[in-house]
Unconditional design. Sequence first.
Length: 331
Amino acid sequence: MAKKKTTKKKKNFITKLCILLLVLLILVAIFLIFTPTQAEVASTLSSTDIPNLELPSPIKGAQLVEHTGYTLSYNEEYEVPNYVAYELTRDEVYGGGNRKDNFRADPAITTGSATLEDYKSSGYDRGHLAPAADFKWSGEAMSDTFYLSNMAPQEGDFNRGIWSDLEATVRQFAVDNEKIYVVTGPVLTDGPYKTIGKNKVAVPNSYYKVILDYTDPDIKAIGFLMPGVGSKEPLQSFAVSIDEVEKATNIDFFPSLPAEVEDLLESTYDTSKWNFKAFNPQTVTEKTIIEVEKDPNAEVKQNIRLVLYEIKKEIISYLGLTKVAKEFNIL
């Protein structure tokens, strides 16, 4: 009789244990499904202002120069910029300034920039990296884009063709998304290069441009890599992830982003999320700006979401289900 009672107690204990485990599994499942995904965390963080978000990581040996509206990193060896970086807003794109060509050496470059003589009779255009048309909001800013530190020798078919098309399309990106961050430059890892002028200004083989839209509700990023020759191919055919541009240039873009957001944005791209239409300054887009009151507890809520996301990520990693979780958009 005692044995039967013991057996019955064991069965009851096992039943209760199974129920408890089942409840725990259900709670874990609910936690994993309904806690923030990586994309949701990225969206939450995008409401946080990040100073100098457009700037890549420092490049050893390069001089960093701030001009009106943009920052450049100058490569003395090749006499061209490693990159130019700036924020571009919808309102700036609709600026009313008129272009006044004022090409000149940059006195801010301590080692001396390329000069007009370097380009004279070279057969190459003085190709802007930060295009003058992006800075029509200020006469001083537009003038600063004509420093030769913001130039690289470009074939005319490229500079006045597909490169110009990309620049106009990026302006449309700014109109559509209210504000974007742009980094542009020549690829300086695929030499040797032909040079021009007394200062031996390098003629890059290819160029890049990376764009970040860090404004809710749909933050995103995209990169472009293109050879410096004329092309009739659609711009979409040159689109790549920012990770691919980083691999090609050895430059770390947008290092100020939270790590999990940077990983997400830079590893993927989707051309369907961008409007590949050249900007037309005659077309003014109607827009409604809604002012939203700041939530006094926004920072606390954001930190809670981050903690929950990190816990979820660790649990999924421990269970060896990271790949599955990403496929089902749980992570």
